[in-house]
Design a protein around this ligand. Structure first.
Ligand code: ZN
Length: 563
């Protein structure tokens, strides 16, 4: 993409936060050494160390305190980490830049909490502007009855629209419905439902496509809004120890988003390594594809990279739209958005062009379709090593597990999806029954099958905090510690495996394992210092661990002392 090259030139000219600043002389001493640490390197050949040295944007040496101290020159800064645990920078393999700034309603748990968060958030906005939020659950409302009256109480005159956690429904208040001219006479759109009460009046709940009746009125973001949004998200990511984000948005970034990323890069404020998709087309034009592949190759050393397309093959278990081999309890097999023939053709076209394909597939039926498409593409094209990925890959058939390793297909899982909250226990699990629940989010089964498993969050659907993800993978419990023993505990994994999935394996999933993902001489100096030794504390205490320091390419991007 031209934009990438343009940005690279701008970056070189400004010489600010470059991924590859002018390399120091080969025999120059390190600028900084970090000593007295407990380092989990993520490198199997040297799993632990006490100290490491950084020169330019890369690790120069990793080893014992004495060996690393011996490298110091007169100008070298020595940082004593006080025995803290250090791990490679976290890499979120499945993340999205939110479309707009919203009040976060995740885990609110009650109407009162939703109301309070919305009121707090509204104070940060210009008066009378729309109040938007996302992350509520039907169980937050009495009798699971999400109704506009709960919003009207706090905002009688100001329009409010809030989306649920999965983005399949929205709740609007009376003022928002009024502005959108949604009344009892408004017909349901073809792709959604305007929920009505017994008298036929809209309740404010708008399912699927009906949400756009109201959401289309939200004022578009300006380039400056978008830039602020991006910088806020980058700051949040750094505070969670994230040094790499792989944006899984289908279609790739919008022009506004690309503009913000390029501006951040040019101004030295892109504080993560950021990977975005190319637009997906069912029948891509080979010439255009070739030029895109060239653009991505040129951007390889940049902070903003590309090289993949993302497509969505099925829906979700909760909505009964994930494609299952056998019917849901109560009927229905889900909904495939592409036929096998169309999927095969599209995957083969991108595979041929040298691009990676990320396929959103959740049900065992869709996962099998995706694996079949990857297998056929490799056979037809005579290719290998494309590292195609299946995103979410929630309920694989046991017979398909070995195929991940055989085909080199990556299992892009989200640890936090295994949170056994009310929605998991009372909707998700009953819909698929116990046999399938036992193989849902099967982190251990993937590891045992030798699959490369890359962890991500699916933010903003779920919080992006990798420590929360690690806690969930290790305990399969809610943050409150329920249920005792964990939800299908046979699929728990250890902290070390979870760390590998959030670092080294996530890097592999973006063809970057020789540049990052472990604390190894020559790799980018991306690392995190933690307040607790997560490899030594009991699992229940993982949630107490905090990020104290995040370093990306040798530069501090977050410090708890100076947040
Ligand atoms: Zn996603």
């Amino acid at each position: 993409m031209n934009g990438f090259r343009r940005s690279l030139t701008a970056l070189a000219a400004l010489c600010l936060f470059a991924a590859s600043p002018p390399a120091p002389a080969a025999d120059a001493p390190p600028e900084r050494i970090y000593v007295n640490a407990r380092v989990w390197t993520g490198a199997p050949e040297r799993p632990s160390a006490e100290a490491f040295a950084v020169r330019g944007d890369r690790f120069l040496a990793v080893g014992s305190d004495a060996a690393v101290r011996a490298l110091a020159g007169p100008e070298t800064q020595v940082v004593d980490l006080g025995g803290r645990r250090v791990v490679p920078g976290f890499n979120d393999a499945h993340w999205h830049l939110p479309a707009r700034k919203d009040a976060r309603l995740d885990g609110a748990g009650s109407v009162a909490a939703i109301q309070q968060r919305l009121v707090e958030y509204s104070k940060t906005l210009p008066p009378d502007s729309w109040v938007t939020g996302r992350g509520w659950m039907p169980t937050d409302f009495p009798d699971r009855d999400a109704h506009r009256r709960y919003l009207d109480v706090i905002f009688p005159d100001r329009p409010v629209v809030i989306r649920d956690r999965d983005g399949h429904q929205a709740l609007a208040n009376t003022q928002a419905l009024r502005l959108a001219k949604v009344t009892r006479d408004t017909p349901d759109p073809a792709d959604g439902i305007v929920v009505r009460d017994a008298d036929g009046e809209p309740t404010g709940l708008l399912k699927e496509g009906a949400a756009s009746l109201v959401r289309k009125l939200l004022p578009p973001l300006t380039p400056q809004d978008e830039y602020r949004l991006l910088l806020d998200e980058l700051a949040a990511a750094a505070s969670f120890g994230l040094t790499s984000l792989q944006d899984a948005s289908e279609g790739g970034p919008t022009e506004l988003e690309s503009g913000a990323v390029e501006r951040a890069m040019a101004e030295g404020r892109l504080t993560v390594r950021y990977r975005t998709a190319l637009p997906f087309e069912e029948q891509p034009d080979p010439r255009r594809l070739r030029s895109r592949v060239d653009g991505c190759r040129a951007a390889h050393d940049s902070l903003h990279t590309c090289g993949f397309v993302k497509l969505i093959l099925d829906g979700t278990v909760d909505a009964k739209t994930a494609v299952m081999l056998e019917p849901y309890v109560g009927g229905g097999n889900g909904l495939a958005f592409l036929s096998q023939a169309t999927l095969d053709r599209a995957v083969a076209a991108y595979d041929r062009a040298g691009l990676q394909v990320e396929i959103h597939a959740i049900g065992d039926g869709a996962i099998r379709m995706a694996l079949d498409a990857c297998e056929r593409a490799a056979r037809t094209n005579g290719t290998s090593g494309r590292r195609h990925r299946i995103e979410h890959v929630e309920v694989p058939a046991l017979a398909d597990l070995p195929r991940f390793r055989e085909l080199g297909v990556i299992a892009s899982t989200q640890a936090i999806f295994a949170t056994p909250d009310v929605s998991t226990l009372e909707n998700y699990a009953p819909l698929i029954g116990s046999e399938r629940s036992a193989r849902a989010q099967p982190f251990r089964l993937f590891d045992e099958a030798g699959a490369v498993q890359a962890f991500g969050s699916d933010y903003p659907v779920y919080p992006m905090d990798p420590l929360l993800g690690i806690y969930t993978a290790v305990t399969r419990q809610t943050p409150a510690g329920t249920p005792a023993g964990g939800w299908y505990p046979g699929n728990r994994i250890g902290v070390e495996a979870a760390l590998a999935h959030y670092t080294r394996d996530a890097a592999y999933a973006e063809f970057a394992e020789t540049d990052k993902g472990s604390i190894t001489p020559g790799r980018y100096a991306d690392f995190v210092v933690l307040s607790r030794d997560i490899l030594a504390i009991p699992p229940a205490e993982l949630l107490d661990a905090r990020v104290l320091l995040t370093v990306m390419g040798g530069r501090e991007t977050y410090s708890a002392a100076r947040p």
